[in-house]
Design a binder for this molecule. Sequence first.
Ligand code: FAD
Ligand code: SF4
Length: 577
Amino acid sequence: MPGDSLKININSKGTEINTFDAIVVGSGISGGWAAKELCEQGLKTLVLERGRDVQHLKDYPTATMNPWEFKHRGRMTEKFMEENPLITQAAGFDESTAHFFIRDHDHPYVQEKPFEWIRGYQVGGKSLIWGRACPRWSKYEFINPARYGYGIEWPFGYDDIAPWYSYVEKFAGICGNKDGIESMPDGEYLPPFEFNCAEKDVKQKLESKYKDRYYIQGRWAQLTKPTAIHFEQGRAQCQARDLCMRGCPFGGYFSSNSSTLPWAAKTGNLTVRPFSVVHSIIYDEQKGKAVGVRIIDAASKKETDYFARVIFMNASALNTNLILLNSTSNRFPYGFGNDNGLLGKYVCFQNYRGSVHGSIDGYLDKYYYGRRTAECMVPNFRNIYKHDMDFVGGYMAFSACNRSNDNSDTVAEKIGGAFKDAMSEAGGWSIYMYMQGETVPKKTNHVALSKDKKDEWGIPLLVTNVDYDNNDEKLLKDFLTQASEMLDACEVKSISQDDNHWAPGRDIHEMGGCRMGKDSRTSLLNEWNQFHNCKNVFVTDGACMTSTGNQSPSILYMAMTARAAAFAVSEMKKRNL
Ligand SMILES: Cc1cc2nc3c(=O)[nH]c(=O)nc-3n(C[C@H](O)[C@H](O)[C@H](O)COP(=O)(O)OP(=O)(O)OC[C@H]3O[C@@H](n4cnc5c(N)ncnc54)[C@H](O)[C@@H]3O)c2cc1C
Ligand code: SF4
């Protein structure tokens, strides 16, 4: 079978030159962390990345451009929009960031049900273009799915991961307050961004009306006050320009490119091979373990095999599923590690459908300075200590109060001097709040490989079959009602509700398909992110997630990756791997 080690493809000088201690597949948020940890521990590490190289600072062509310097003032042409209906919907996609996203037609997949798969294929992956919200999961998110019967038990708990959260937070640089809220535990934070005057008022009113609801400053991967470890990475203080998704010339936000990859490179142990489309994992039946991975060179389309003692899968949740499903061998004829038939199943996402908006009277003599990149957060208050709603899971919300850019809406004649004057004055205040909801992992929500369609590298296309369910509708309804009530309690006017009806995927928090668990009959990975049945392969991106929680997930991927890498190194030292 293609994934067995007997058929070896080496285009260079024999196996030795293609052999490393560790291979990391993917160079995004989780892959960058795997590379850093493994290199720091002295492992010669090969990072295989399907996209082009992106060097910090050098490859951020739009980072310091002014709006008028863009050919289309930041917008994409109609032709481009027509040709790329999917990726142009992604948050933050525009003329200034388009080079960090894929083009639709280059990377097709099959949507059996609508699923908007947002991707950024380059060294750094989506770490260049992510939103950077970094709250911690609470202990309840780990235990509630099994406790309330909508998921299996996580193989570790909050207390196991908490030190690793601290570890990655300190290095990446996360800002925020210590708020002492159980459903969103505190971390190792740099000073928070400030509330503006309207937000201060919202906070005071909301928290005096509700005992269990809080309006807090966002926990964000932004260097508000860098420490020695950040300066050592060559990063500097965030200037609050809010142009992060173009790549930051100050290294003010965390990305693999600004932080983990250069740190790994400094050890002398890192090799990054861009344009390497990983095809599959190679399994050696005699050795009873994986021995390497097969790649297709993105340009020449040549196959090459690379070998290592341990393999970290960090291609992002659905790409990791794809590679694993494509890794067939005599031992694993249905995909890597897939003895129980659950690979590709229990794919889940986060529900971003609901938002509420309103206007705020007053504060017309007040303004704010700088473009704060963080939003405020309302931590989850549903189904925490007991299951008391007609749905399972919880939601948190992002929110902010802003003044509109200009006051010209109030000028009847949209022309002339009065109009110009009004444009130079700030308008009224408004507030928004949008949800990030937990979804239920379900066997029916799955991905698979197409039986007849392949991409240009000869790899089967991914087929997505993922949808909302009744629980999502109830949770959405509750959010819309509660968020409207909360704004009302804050004396917000003209409150409106919106259901954007986004397809799953546009949340960009897809997870699962290769979940962790205690029991090899119901999960693929153990508590250390190792395959139950092949201990030298680790999956530490979103594919490993047992449930979705309601918090933004990437800081958890970082913590799990660092934890799993430390374990892998200790097992290698004991010669268990
Ligand atoms: C606009 C936007 C906003 C977001 N906001 C937030 C947020 O605020 N908070 C949060 O927690 N998360 C956020 N996310 C999600 C976050 O970006 C992802 O959770 C995170 O990047 C996942 O890390 P990863 O390492 O799994 O994948 P990625 O960062 O996507 O990296 C995967 C890498 O693997 C490479 N790859 C894929 N397939 C192959 C292959 N076959 N062979 C070789 N290489 C391969 C890719 O090219 C990529 O470089 C956001 C994402 C976007 C796009
Ligand atoms: S807001 Fe901060 S992190 Fe973002 S681009 Fe500006 S300086 Fe960099």
